[in-house]
Design a protein around this ligand. Structure first.
Ligand code: GDP
Length: 301
């Protein structure tokens, strides 16, 4: 359908530079060491990282041998398959409905696209007829609170917010209100940076604990929003937030920009946490579910 096609176009545009440098590798006449060396360089340039690159090359060589391929052009198709298989474990839908409410804690460094993604998620749930309540737990930044309030207003959903309040207290109140009012989903926006004397991970761990006090089995989702343009930095964010909080899913944003895209391969190889959504623009409809085959195709064509 049309909307899906148009976001695929945005993804392709974002990945085009990477794609063309990888495509270049397959224009030669032979499958030889030089081809694999060029491919290695192109994958590293695309932010796939050393581990995923080595894995993909070894896997690809095996596939080339098995298929008895002789033309470089055939290698590209095999690489699409290898990358699809590598990315496949990241493909998982975000489901809601088993809990009332389902509580989601959304984390990520400032500028990653956290607030925007929460706005998009809210619309996504509201469109499915679910009742959403937002918690503005980034109480340190007035702008963050205001921005979230704009999204709440736009989507006509309730928001629990308190100027300068304690992030954990705001979240506790929101989850309690969500339970009392029979909401389906509570989404907590959190800070991406704190005043210098405070430690972000400690504060986030505290919010996580307090959510569990407001509702025994919560949070049901701990989502990290990462900027797809930040390459290996995105991978280290995934690792450190996962170690501190135990992530259940990722939202990878800005893949419409100058994203290199290979970072998803690095995540798949080194910290395979489901990618619930990818962001391909600033509009509401620019949050899309992740599909490994489509992504591999878009990256390598
Ligand atoms: P936060 O600090 O993590 O809450 O980040 P924001 O949600 O405020 O987003 C930072 C900037 O990135 C804003 O200008 C957003 O419009 C922009 N942004 C967020 N997601 C995407 C995306 O998928 N693509 C593009 N091109 N821009 C995005």
């Amino acid at each position: 359908d049309v909307p899906r096609r148009s976001w695929m176009d945005k993804l392709r545009q974002g990945l085009r530079k990477t794609g063309s440098s990888i495509a270049q590798v397959f224009t030669g006449t032979q499958i030889d060491d030089a081809l694999y060396e060029e491919l290695e360089a192109a994958l590293l340039m695309a932010d796939a990282g050393v581990k995923a690159t080595e894995f993909l090359l070894a896997d690809l060589k095996r596939r080339v041998k098995e298929a008895k391929a002789t033309e470089p052009s055939a290698v590209r198709g095999l690489l699409v398959q290898a990358l699809t298989d590598l990315l496949k474990p990241l493909e998982k839908p975000l489901t809601v409905g088993e809990h009332s409410p389902t509580v989601m804690m959304v984390v990520g460094v400032n500028g990653a696209g956290k607030t925007t993604s929460i706005g998009k998620l809210t619309r996504h749930f509201a469109d499915s007829g679910l009742k959403v309540l937002l918690a503005a737990a980034d109480t340190f930044r007035a702008a963050a609170r205001e921005q979230l309030a704009v999204w709440a207003d736009r989507n006509q959903v309730e928001i629990v917010s308190q100027e300068g309040g304690d992030p954990s207290a705001v979240t506790f109140d929101a989850v309690t209100a969500g339970r009392a009012r029979g909401r389906d989903v509570v989404i907590a926006d959190t800070a991406g940076r704190l005043p210098t004397q405070l430690h972000l991970m400690e504060e986030l761990k505290k919010i996580r604990r307090v959510i569990g006090k407001a509702q025994a089995d919560a949070p049901h989702e701990v989502l990290l929003v990462v900027d797809g343009n930040t390459g290996q930095n995105a991978l280290s964010q995934v690792k450190s937030f996962d170690e501190a909080l135990g992530l259940t899913g990722l939202i990878v944003t800005k893949l419409d920009g100058t994203a290199k895209g290979g970072v998803l391969a690095a995540i798949a190889r080194e910290r395979p946490i489901p990618v619930y959504f990818i962001g391909v623009g600033e509009k509401l409809e620019d949050l899309q579910t992740f599909n490994a085959a489509e992504f591999a195709q878009a990256l390598l064509e």
